[in-house]
Design a protein around this ligand. Structure first.
Ligand code: HEC
Ligand code: HEC
Length: 377
């Protein structure tokens, strides 16, 4: 394994493993089949800074291969001209498995998702998708590649071709085969430490984590693909929730762009899934994120407000709030209540989460975190 890591570049390492241990087959939409040429084109588009208002921001700025396709350690992302958004960039690694995209699930597919950052004023900030097509049509290599991949002439290249190629590339960013996978699915007793094994037990039982961060008999995505209010962000705006929710519904009726609104205003962002559905029961609810590679993608939560995995567990242990005893919001999901975990159980849960790092990203793990790995590593 170590030798393989040295030999393969990060991208190549990700690409060879079509279905690593612990993951199901990657779903590929019928109308956007994978081809090597399309994937290569998508990778180039993903890295092209010219598709932004100041010519400096590519998808890869916020989803960098060297940070597990996030912008860790930033709390919230930085787009053109240093503008900050309201949300933490999720990893694109394994996003191919998501049933919805974004923290609030407002986009149904990778193809659709890729339309948004180009024209979001705090991300790539283009006035429309037209400037992208102009750059592409004026670039001989792109024109040649789009003809090869999609059989189109320069004037027939559309933004849907661009997003299809990007999505095809993203579907190659798959990483499993963590020490946990080698233990749980692979039967290697030495793959993880005793602490991580105990932590997994807490994850399943006293911690009740698995009810949302789910595991199947032959794979684990660590998400139920659903939306829950676990008390992040919205706890701090209790008195204003109703007023904000009403104001947002009015703005929505008047045609406000939800994508723009949630990334440019922190309060609106904290409304979560409610901003998409208008359903009061979804105030402050966010998509359950995967826990794969969680030890190397700090900080945590939709707003990047929790710095360490230990604090995340303390948040849950307190019943959905940090610090303990602070008021919780009335829309908290049913499963979130004080857990009464011991210090040992908290440490063990952290050790378990540290065992979810794929080999491609193991070098990002901090020395003290390697404790999650079994002896001899
Ligand atoms: C300025 C930083 C920035 C740029 C540039 C950017 N993203 Fe993102 N990305 C984010 C943030 C922040 C989110 C979460 C936003 C939300 O949930 O509302 C996100 C979410 C995503 C998701 C959803 C992942 C999930 O688990 O739900 C995907 C996929 C993604 N981005 C791909 C892309 C692609 C493709 C591009 C280029 C076309 C791109 N991003 C450009 C910051 C960025
Ligand atoms: C009721 C469903 C639910 C339960 C139970 C639950 N989680 Fe979560 N988890 C979520 C949701 C939803 C988020 C995102 C919340 C947000 O960003 O506001 C999240 C976020 C996280 C994150 C941060 C992920 C990231 O990418 O930033 C970690 C780590 C985490 N949970 C671990 C745990 C652990 C450990 C437990 C058990 C002690 C647990 N969760 C129990 C739903 C749940």
């Amino acid at each position: 394994m170590r030798l393989a890591l040295l030999l393969l570049s990060l991208g190549a390492a990700l690409r060879v493993a079509a279905q690593p241990l612990g993951l199901p087959p990657v779903p590929i939409p019928e109308d956007n089949p994978q081809t090597p040429e399309k994937i290569a084109l998508g990778e180039r588009l993903f890295n092209d800074v010219r598709f932004s208002s100041n010519g400096q921001v590519a998808c890869a700025n916020c989803h960098s291969p060297s940070s597990v396709f996030t912008d860790s350690p930033l709390k919230v992302s930085v787009g053109v001209d240093g503008l900050t958004g309201t949300r933490n960039a999720p990893t694109v690694v394994n996003a191919a498995y998501n049933l919805t995209q974004f923290w609030d699930g407002r986009s149904p597919t990778l193809e659709d998702q890729a339309l948004h950052p180009f024209v979001n004023p705090v991300e790539m900030a283009l006035p429309s998708h037209d400037p992208i097509l102009e750059v592409i049509r004026a670039d001989r290599d792109y024109v040649r590649d789009f003809r090869r991949v999609f059989g189109v002439r320069a004037e027939d290249i559309r933004i849907e071709h661009v997003t299809q190629a990007i999505a095809a590339f993203e579907r190659t960013l798959i990483a499993g085969d963590s020490p946990f996978d080698r233990w749980y699915f692979g039967g290697d007793e030495n793959a993880i430490s005793e602490a991580a094994k105990r932590g997994f037990e807490v994850f399943l039982t006293d911690g009740r984590c698995v009810s949302c961060h789910t595991i199947e008999h032959d794979h684990a995505l660590f998400t139920d693909h659903r939306f829950h209010n676990i008390g992040v962000g919205v706890n701090a705006m209790q008195d204003r929730i109703e007023e904000l929710a009403k104001a947002f519904l009015v703005a929505k009726q008047r045609g406000v762009d939800v994508d723009v609104a949630v990334l440019s205003d922190a309060d609106t962002s904290h409304l979560g899934r409610f901003a998409v559905t208008g359903d009061l029961s979804e105030i402050g609810a966010f998509k359950t994120p995967t826990l794969r590679n969680i030890a190397v993608t700090a900080p945590y939560m939709h707003d990047g407000s929790i710095a360490t995995l230990r604090e995340v567990v303390e948040h849950y242990n307190n019943g959905g709030v940090l610090p303990a005893g602070a008021p919780v919001n009335p829309f908290l999901s049913g499963g979130i209540r004080p857990l009464n975990l011991t210090e040992q159980q908290i440490d063990d849960l952290v050790a378990f989460m540290e065992s979810l790092t794929s080999p491609e990203f193991q070098q990002l793990a901090q020395p003290e975190r390697v404790s999650a790995l079994g002896a001899g590593r």
